[in-house]
Design a protein around this ligand. Structure first.
Ligand code: SF4
Length: 232
């Protein structure tokens, strides 16, 4: 595994769990609104952490932290992610995995191994607008469709979520996006925040509040429990 950073404590990244967050390096997507381009490409040395250092940290946190959130970049880009997760689980931690949903075979295998407690998949947009939203020409949305189905049928606790970015999203897209994950209980809209360090942030803004509320209404027609992240 190539690790690009460690947040030693989070009360937000893993629902209901006191956790740390570990960041993997590299991503197969190029979302223009990505707020962590250094992780997508090549993080500076001072942020990198070796597997040995990471597991030494976890050993010291046994009995203090309950879980580990694994995020990226794209964690499933790494062929040894299953072993990495198994090692964390064997130390007694719960594991949450964030993924962009484009590695369905790897996701299926990892879910079958039974070491993951919670999965979050980013649903970037309507399938028609996926390629533009993830910055990859001819992106194959069948990969995302397969990942959604695999996760929904896995019995593993999960959520789907969309970072809401104007002009990539319009309020009226959200009924359609929710339809793509219909049958799930948890769907979150997260309004875009400009960190000032985006992959290609020119012209991107958050959705105005009234539009965000319209977007939520649309999503709720399909998934009544849909929420704006951070609001009850
Ligand atoms: S926002 Fe997009 S480019 Fe950035 S890490 Fe996530 S999937 Fe990759």
């Amino acid at each position: 595994m190539i690790l690009g950073g460690l947040q030693k404590l989070t009360l937000l990244d893993f629902p209901g769990t006191v956790a740390c967050t570990v960041f993997t390096v590299g991503c197969n997507m190029r979302c223009p609104f990505c707020h962590n381009p250094a992780l997508v490409f090549n993080p500076p040395d001072e942020y990198r952490i070796s597997e040995e250092e990471f597991f030494a940290f976890l050993k010291k946190r046994q009995g203090i932290l309950d879980g580990v959130a694994i995020t990226g970049g794209e964690p499933l880009l790494h062929s040894d992610i299953g072993e990495f997760i198994a090692k964390i689980k064997a130390m007694g931690f719960k594991v949450k995995l964030d993924t962009n949903g484009s590695f369905p075979d790897r996701l299926e295998k990892i879910l079958a191994e039974g070491n993951v407690d919670y999965v979050a998949i980013d649903i970037k947009n309507t399938f028609e607008k996926y390629a533009e939203t993830v910055g990859i020409k001819n992106f194959d949305v069948e990969l995302i469709k397969r990942s959604i189905k695999i996760l929904q049928e896995s019995g593993v606790a999960h959520e789907f979520r969309t970072t809401v970015v104007s002009p990539l999203h319009k309020a009226e897209d959200f009924e359609k996006i929710a339809k793509q994950v219909e049958g799930s209980e948890k769907y979150f809209l997260q309004n875009f925040v400009d960190s000032g360090n985006l992959l290609n942030g020119e012209g991107l803004t958050e959705l105005p509040r009234t539009e965000l509320e319209k977007a939520l209404e649309g999503a709720k027609k399909i998934i009544p429990q849909s929420k704006i992240r951070g609001e009850s």
